[in-house]
Design a protein around this ligand. Structure first.
Ligand SMILES: [Zn+2]
Length: 292
């Protein structure tokens, strides 16, 4: 059931012509200047859409891991590098109100979620046994960010990402909420981020009975140090989630590796991509994708 439904999902069509498709998705809203280069009359111009597509890992989503890898980090799959045009669109989407790019980012997150599900025997078993839905849980915005932005932009991206699945298979679950104030993560080192976020999230009362025993995919826009995903997985686990994996739109590269491999899209293992032997479990996702 899982594979047949996946075949009909929007991500399947998009993957055949990513540049045009990403561009079309970006153009759904009223025309404005390009979110990346600022050229007029196109929210994501052809050149920048091509640049954005070039930020995807050329062989498809992959398992990624920050260095150092924080304890408690769930398995994370990501669609590409947080760099250049993709970083610009993430920023424009989140902080400049360019909400028309939910489609672009959601298409990438869909690929990551597909890979995360395909790499997890537990999640595949849930879907094969019609024991879902698997909960796709966006990391929560801080109260301050929600006030500043007026909404929770990641939720819209997550909704696009699950668009090709039946509601009985994958659903977006806004199950996590902040339970205390945290400092802005920007500018904090990895260890400081971890301390800043420790025990900062909780599963809301309403979602507790749903999360208990559920299989979850935590989603976020960017994997940086992994501290946010660690805390999200901890909170879900504390509420009784049976299995937690993670998927992000993109992942940061270590500066040194990014400098050495500026546009290859093929970072060496040191940059955070998991060595081939460790990523072997992503095989089913790759095979299924090929059948679409
Ligand atoms: Zn442009």
């Amino acid at each position: 059931m899982w594979s047949t439904t996946r075949g009909a999902r929007p991500g399947a069509a998009r993957s055949s012509g990513p540049v045009d498709a990403l561009r079309d998705l970006g153009a759904l809203a009223l025309p404005v200047d390009c979110a990346v280069c600022g050229c007029p009359d196109d929210p994501l111009c052809a050149r920048c859409a091509a640049d954005l597509a070039a930020c995807r890992w050329p062989t498809g989503p992959r398992q990624v891991r920050p260095r150092p890898c924080p304890p408690g980090l769930p398995t994370v799959h990501s669609a590409g590098r947080y760099a250049e045009a993709l970083a610009a669109v993430v920023s424009a989407y989140k902080d400049d109100g360019r909400r028309q790019h939910a489609g672009v980012l959601g298409a990438l997150l869909a690929e990551s979620v597909d890979a995360a599900v395909g790499a997890s025997p537990e999640l595949l078993a849930v879907l094969a046994g019609a024991n879902g839905p698997v909960l796709v849980v966006p990391v929560p915005s801080s109260a301050a960010a929600r006030r500043r932005r007026g909404d929770a932009p990641l939720v819209a991206v997550a909704r696009v990402a699950v668009g090709g699945y039946a509601a009985a298979e994958l659903v977006v679950a806004e199950a996590l909420a902040p339970r205390r104030r945290v400092a802005d993560q920007a500018g904090l080192a990895a260890r400081e981020r971890a301390v800043n976020l420790e025990h900062s999230m909780t599963v809301t009362t309403r979602w507790e009975p749903v999360v208990r025993g559920a299989a979850c995919v935590v989603v976020d826009d960017v994997l940086t140090t992994g501290a946010t995903l660690v805390e999200a997985a901890r909170a879900l686990g504390a509420a009784g989630a049976r299995v937690v994996v993670a998927a992000t739109v993109c992942a940061t590269q270590r500066r040194a590796d990014a400098a050495r491999h500026p546009r290859s899209g093929q970072p060496p293992p040191a940059s955070g991509a998991v060595p081939a032997g460790r990523a072997a479990r992503s095989g089913p996702a790759q095979q299924t994708r090929g059948k679409r």
